[in-house]
Design a protein around this ligand. Structure first.
Ligand code: PXP
Length: 237
């Protein structure tokens, strides 16, 4: 059974919409642990659009399960990672204009920089996962770089129409997943996974970790909304 990493970025997105102190992603992480999360995942972006440095440093002290930091290969973030020491760093590409991480990292094309970043993280005792598209060439490059894990980008699968189109993407994930395991790396997956599409991905052989955020935060709002209104109604009676 894969481990579930809960991505709490979008709790922070709601907070940052008002630049206030609620909802606090630190509380959300504690609740995620109570719900059975095996890991807490967060992305410290260069523009600090959701997760803040304060969140990362408090979470390092409070999270009892695996703390997984998604990060770009930027020097500033690398220094912070080496200081805070999450259990795992997942290297992702990052562009300021994107709404979310749109594609996998190009490790085949950015070999030297990625190798440097992996080296620094390893020295700091941090395990390294690379977020890659299900592309055999990228997996080969990841193996050469000595990554501990590859997180397969499931965005194309998530966007595919259910039926043959989605099945084709699932086959691609499964085939490349086998390549990752043969190369001795752990198999992770994430991006766009939902309550409706997660099961076939979770069932891929030796799937070790799934990172899921948006769908869980979206459902949390919906399942909690009625109670939240009821509580406010009590106060204004
Ligand atoms: N994994 C990685 C590397 C990501 O960048 C993201 C999005 O932050 C996720 C998993 C989670 O994706 P989603 O929010 O669509 O579940």
């Amino acid at each position: 059974m894969p481990e579930l990493g809960v991505n709490i970025d979008h709790v922070a997105t709601v907070r940052q919409a008002r630049r206030t102190n609620e909802p606090d992603p630190v509380w959300a992480a504690a609740l995620a642990e109570l719900g059975g999360a095996d890991g807490i995942t967060l992305h410290l972006r260069e523009d600090r659009r959701h997760i803040l440095d304060r969140d990362l440093s408090i979470l390092r002290q409070t999270v009892a399960v695996k703390l997984n930091l998604e990060m770009a290969c930027e020097q500033e973030i690398l220094e912070i990672a080496c200081q805070v020491k999450p259990d795992q760093a997942t290297l992702v590409p990052e562009r300021r204009e994107e709404i979310t991480t749109e594609g996998g990292l190009d490790v085949a094309g950015r070999h030297d920089r990625v190798a440097q970043v992996i080296g620094r993280l390893r020295e700091a005792g941090i395990s390294v996962s690379l977020f890659l598209d299900p592309d055999p060439q990228q997996i080969e490059a990841a193996a050469e770089l000595g990554a501990d894990a590859v997180e397969l980008h499931t965005g194309r699968y998530a966007l595919a129409r259910p039926g043959p189109e989605q099945q084709k993407e699932l086959v691609a994930l499964t085939t490349v997943g086998a390549q990752i395991r043969r190369a001795g790396m752990a198999l992770h997956a994430g991006h766009g996974l939902t309550y409706r599409n997660v099961r076939p991905v979770a069932a891929i052989e030796a799937m070790h970790e799934l990172n899921i955020g948006h769908s869980i935060v979206a459902r949390a709002i919906m399942v909690g909304f009625e109670q939240a209104v009821r509580e406010m109604k009590q106060l204004v009676l």
